[in-house]
Design a binder for this molecule. Sequence first.
Ligand code: TYD
Length: 133
Amino acid sequence: MEINFIPLQIHGDERGSLIALEESNNIPFAIKRVYYIFNTGKNIRRGLHAHKNLKQIAIAICGSCDFLLDNGSERVEIKLDDPTKGLLIDSCIWREMYNFSEDCILMVLANAIYEEADYIRDYNTFLNEVKNV
Ligand code: TYD
């Protein structure tokens, strides 16, 4: 299973670091929504869903967390701990996030506004959907 990390260029100088996210430049889709997950408790597992159409990019802008990505035939575990790396999560990928550091701020860019109908929250339904693609 191919894992796509998008390298994000740092505009750094003696004052510190700055990263810019730009639609059609370093972000390969129209950014319609941004949300971030923080204050995540120990032993919490989030996500546990796939999306029918939504594409997202996840960036650990502070701290770290682990991702499980599953395309229905392969499962890959990845640590996200670098604000210069964007993890591209395509549609029809089951994802789980866990092992959040106390200081973790996980920012997510999405190519559509929030739509509950786009979620697949049942793993067996997800498996059936990807088999039918
Ligand atoms: P949820 O999808 O359960 O988060 P995750 O899958 O990342 O663990 O979302 C938690 C709550 O926030 C839920 O009530 C829906 C709401 N929500 C929005 O209103 N807008 C959003 O963009 C997202 C991602 C969630």
